[in-house]
Structure formats: C-alpha cells, structure tokens
Design a protein around this ligand. Structure first.
Ligand SMILES: [Fe+2]
Ligand SMILES: [Fe+2]
Length: 304
C-alpha cells in the first residue's frame, strides 16, 4: 500500500515520536558490554546523579511533552479512550499487519526527508536483532509489531495520548515516574480515592485489573490479544511502563503472573532501545520472511 499521504507527526511539542525514544536512551543509557542486563532484577534504580544529569539536560520539547502527558492522563480520560477505541474495534479500520506498518510509515516528519521509513526501520531493526539472537518466532514477530499502536497518531490523537512512559491511573503516582512534579497539575490529584497507594484497586490485584495511562501499548495489546502467547502480550502491553520494568515501581499492584511475565518485558526492552543503527534494513529482502511470519500468527486482517 502506498497511499502517497504524508501526514503530520501528530499534534504536540515533539519534533517527531522518535524524540521521546531518543530521550529514553539518554535516560537509560546502554550498559557497557559485560555489565548486568538493564533492569535485570526489576529494582535497578538510577543513581541520584544520573537523575540530576538527565533532568538538567532534558530538551524543552521533551519536558513540555511530559507536562502535557502528566496533566491530561486522568482516570476519566483513560476510560473515555478505552470506550472510544476498544468498544468498537474493527469499525474504524480493518488492516493486515503489513498494511498497518505501511500506514504507520505515513507518519513522517516533513522537515526531514530521511525519516520517510523511520518507523518501519525501527520495527525491523528491533525484530532483526531479536532474530539474530536466536529467539522464538513469536518474539521476532513481537519486535516487528510492538509499535503499531502508534497509528493512533494517524487517527488524530495528540502525541501525549500515543507515546510517553505509561503508568497506572486511579492510584497514587510513583516518584519513579519521570518529571513527577508535572503530576501536580493532573485533576486526579484532587480525588482522594485516587491518591492512596492502591487507589481504586486492591493490593496484588494484577495489572490486568489496573487502568494504565492511554497510549500505543494498551491499544495494540487489544488489537492482537487473541493471536500471541502471553509473553508477547506482556511485552506489547507494558513496554513503555518504565517506572515498573526499569525502576521497580508498582510491585504492590502486581500478582505472581505479572512478576513472572515482566521478565519478558525486561528481556524485550534492550531490543527496543538499543538497536537503532545507521545501517538500514533491506526491506525488499526481508519482506518474504516477515510475510510468512505474520501469516503464521495473524489472520489476513486485524480489527483496529
Ligand atoms: Fe513503543
Ligand atoms: Fe519501539
């Protein structure tokens, strides 16, 4: 599908969606070879000086992005988006995985002609690194599709409703959330029932019972949930939940299954963050392999 459309990058302060991910790489630098795997124990908190450096160096657009994100991600907002998108999957659009990848690629930064394939390249660089390491086919496929939920931008959602670190709403925010001070402007601050440690949830209730801030992770999870193993679904659903998978927050809401499957979320994260390279994947050469892989797990079209 070549629609010839060149859409804008979604409303918001970021130059493009990659700017959020570039910032994540700055906040969570790639560990030196031979070092312990990032977030391996789930409680690898950053050193205070790393926080200080990160905050001092944050780009103004990134700070403004988080200010908007934290201001607007309320319980009511999340419930409204879940109703808008999840109660009528398939009525908005039916597309196969490859079509969705090409649709996502129409999300380009008009100011930079080199980014015309940026989204599909990130997907392929992630999946190819997973494949090179000999992981199972569902893991490779997860790398390919994990960011397809970003097509929310093409449905008119602002950047802060598509990307950004995710975290639970309806309970007290963790101090591990990036720029926690911006949460002071969130109207849920004034709802006492949302300001206790567990808020509207019960201890150990399991993340499946917890409303996460709205974005590309949760959306894609619902689109593909019938077709992939639970490990893959955790990777998709929680790959932006940095306060938990990198900084060990929100243990009190998790159940044993969450703790078990978060090992996979952590295994996925380095492939997401550290596989960006100048070497461009050869789309034409890779396409037959991926078309077969997609067909192994998914029907010809999915309900978006
Ligand atoms: Fe993502
Ligand atoms: Fe990604």
């Amino acid at each position: 599908m070549n629609t010839g459309e060149r859409s804008l990058v979604g409303g918001g302060p970021l130059d493009d969606l990659d700017q959020w991910e570039d910032d994540l790489r700055r906040r969570y630098p790639e560990p030196a070879a031979g070092a312990a795997p990032p977030g391996g124990n789930g409680n690898r908190s950053k050193q205070p000086e790393q926080f200080r450096d990160y905050r001092a160096d944050a780009r103004p657009q990134v700070k403004e992005f988080y200010r908007l994100h934290h201001r607007h991600q309320t319980v009511d907002f999340v419930r409204a988006k879940r109703t808008e998108y999840l109660s009528n999957l398939g009525q908005r659009r039916r597309m196969g995985v490859w079509q969705a990848l090409e649709f996502l690629n129409t999300l380009v930064d008009d100011s930079d002609p080199d980014t015309s394939l940026a989204q599909i390249e990130h997907c392929l660089q992630t999946s190819e690194a997973i494949r090179r390491d000999g992981h199972p086919r569902w893991f490779v496929l997860t790398g390919l599709i994990h960011d397809l939920g970003k097509i929310l931008c093409l449905f008119g959602e602002p950047q802060w409703a598509v990307v950004g670190d995710t975290y639970p709403v309806g309970c007290a925010w963790s101090e591990q959330i990036v720029f926690p001070e911006f949460l002071a402007d969130n109207p849920d601050r004034n709802a006492p029932e949302y300001q206790t440690a567990c808020g509207i949830y019960s201890p150990g209730c399991g993340l499946d019972n917890v409303l996460m801030s709205w974005g590309h992770d949760e959306y894609l999870y619902h689109v593909v949930r019938d077709y992939l193993p639970p490990e893959a679904l955790y990777m998709i659903r929680y790959h932006s939940f940095y306060p938990a998978h990198r900084d060990g927050a929100y243990e009190h809401l998790m159940n044993d299954a969450d703790r078990e499957y978060f090992r996979w979320v952590r295994a996925f994260n380095p492939y997401d963050l550290y596989t960006k390279s100048a070497e461009r994947p050869d789309l034409a050469k890779l396409r037959p392999y991926y078309e077969e892989l997609v067909a192994e797990f998914f029907p010809p079209t999915l309900a978006w």
